[in-house]
Structures are given as structure tokens and as C-alpha cells.
Design a protein around this ligand. Structure first.
Ligand SMILES: [Cu+2]
Length: 294
């Protein structure tokens, strides 16, 4: 992931800015002007970082899923709500520092608070939460609700492409045998690599063998806890051939960092070939062993 790469130029710029702030805080005599400048720098740097983030590669990885656009627009909605709140709050803070500094004559006002003000700042977050709650219904339904799961294609809840099993500390993808059974010796096991065909509704069953894990495909904007004792149906459609990160997004033990798998999206013929090769390898291993034994 490029944004975690320490050689990413953006990190050095951010580090430099933080260092500059620390120097200012340490050595500058705190006049009112400096205080205002320092406090005002926060929203300016904050907003600037958001504006520059996509260019620096600090933003989301490329979206290659049919779920992605919905998730991203929800994220942007929340980001805008937070950004506006943040800037307004900071402007208010700077204004208060400037307006109510120690040179204003007279005694401080003692107050028990304002009922009206409390009503307002309770109502605003309540409205904000309601907006988010209604805005997310469509996207959440598409990803999670059973009546939106794929049925017409090759994969469905009862005919999943694979069982995805999380355990300390690996991902194991189990593909059914040629008859669609998951309980046979011909089940294909693919550790760490989740191979799927492109432009196809992929339905799979998520399981955990031991503790809580979290199945996360950043490029597909798909995340779901794997819960011991539960089989959780999930679906997505990848829109571009390629290799993408499959990571565990839940601290699940000392080897959590090792749960770095791959989602490998192949063209449909390539996927069929991969599956056929896997089945052939399974058979030929058996035959070869038998022949060797004889
Ligand atoms: Cu894990």
C-alpha cells in the first residue's frame, strides 16, 4: 500500500511541518498574535492536507468494485460534515482567543450555562446522525441485505465460489470439488490467494476457526468481521483484473501482521484455467503417488 510506504514524499512534508510547529511552540514567546497564528494553522493545515492527500497517494486505493462508488460517496459525505464542523469550531476558537484575551477590562462573567445553547448543540449532532443514517441505507442494503444477494449467476448463497476461512494467522480459501461439494478430498485449498473471475457476482462464505478476524478488501471497499461459530455470506463484483490486498483488519494476536493475503482477479477464461489446473494437479499428485508406490 503506497500510503504506508515511509519513502512516500508526503510523510517528509508532514514531518517537517510538525517539526516546525514544535520549534515554534518551544522557542517563540507566546504573544497573542503567535497564539492566534498557531491555532489558525491547525484548520489551514488540516484542510490543506485533505486537498493534497489524493495527489500524495494518502487517499483510498483504487476502487475496483461495484460497491465502491456508494461507499466512497458515503465517506465523502461524512468527511464534508466533519470538515465543515472542524473549520467552524476552529474559527470560533480563534475568534474567542482574539476577542476575550486578558486585555479586555472588567470582571469575568460567571455562568451556569445556557439551556438554549445546549438544546442547539444536542439537536445539531442528532440531525447530522439522522442524515447519515438515511444516506447509508441504499449502500448498506446493496451489500448486506439478503434480497440484494446475487442469484442468477454461477454463485449464490447455497453455491458459493469458496469458503474463506480466517485463522491465526492465515487466510484459507476452500473451493468446492467438481460436484460442488465442500466435504470431499477433492476440495481445492488456496492459502492466502483468493482467486476470482472478473465482472462476476462473487458470493462466498466467511468463517473463522479461532478468534475474531476481519476480512478486508480495501480496493473493493468490503469489510466484515469473521466470527467463530458463524458462517457469514458475503458478495462483491470486481471490475478490473489484477492483484489486490486482502488483509485482516482486526488485531487477532501476535501474528496479526502475517494475515496479508491477495485477491487475485482473473479474466473468466483465466479463472477457469486456474481452477482446471488446480483440479488436475490434485488428481495427478494422487496418481503419481500411487504409481510411485507400485
Ligand atoms: Cu486476523
Amino acid at each position: 500500500m503506497s500510503f504506508l510506504n515511509p519513502s512516500n514524499g508526503a510523510w517528509s512534508i508532514l514531518a517537517l511541518l510538525v517539526a516546525l510547529l514544535l520549534v515554534l511552540v518551544t522557542f517563540v514567546k507566546f504573544t497573542r498574535l503567535w497564539t492566534v497564528i498557531l491555532i489558525a494553522l491547525l484548520p489551514i493545515l488540516g484542510v490543506w492536507t485533505f486537498v493534497k492527500a489524493p495527489e500524495w497517494g494518502l487517499w483510498f486505493p483504487k476502487d475496483v468494485s461495484t460497491h465502491g462508488a456508494g461507499m466512497d460517496s458515503l465517506f465523502n459525505l461524512i468527511l464534508w460534515m466533519v470538515a465543515i464542523t472542524f473549520v467552524l469550531t476552529e474559527v470560533g476558537l480563534v475568534w474567542c482567543v482574539f476577542r476575550y484575551h486578558d486585555k479586555v477590562p472588567g470582571k469575568s462573567l460567571f455562568t451556569h450555562g445556557s439551556h438554549k445553547l445546549e438544546m442547539i448543540w444536542t439537536a445539531i449532532p442528532a440531525v447530522a446522525l439522522l442524515v447519515i443514517a438515511f444516506a447509508q441505507i441504499g449502500t448498506f442494503k446493496q451489500i448486506k441485505f439478503e434480497d440484494h444477494w446475487p442469484t442468477g449467476g454461477p454463485y449464490s448463497k447455497d453455491k458459493p465460489i469458496a469458503h474463506v476461512i480466517a485463522y491465526q494467522f492465515a487466510w484459507l480459501m476452500r473451493y468446492p470439488d467438481a460436484n460442488g461439494s465442500f466435504d470431499s478430498v477433492d476440495v481445492i485449498e488456496s492459502p492466502f490467494d483468493f482467486v476470482v473471475p472478473v465482472d462476476t457476482d462473487i458470493m462466498f462464505q466467511l468463517k473463522s476457526r479461532d478468534v475474531l478476524h476481519s476480512f478486508f478488501l480495501p480496493n473493493l471497499r468490503l469489510k466484515q468481521d469473521a466470527v467463530p461459530g458463524m458462517t457469514i455470506p458475503m458478495w462483491f463484483q470486481a471490475t478490473e483484473v489484477g492483484e489486490y490486498d486482502l488483509i485482516c483488519a482486526e488485531l487477532c494476536g501476535w501474528g496479526h501482521y502475517k494475515m496479508a493475503g491477495r485477491l487475485i482477479v482473473k479474466s473468466k477464461p483465466d479463472y477457469e484455467k486456474w481452477l482446471a489446473d488446480k483440479r488436475a494437479a490434485l488428481k495427478s499428485n494422487g496418481t503419481a503417488d500411487l504409481e510411485a508406490a507400485e
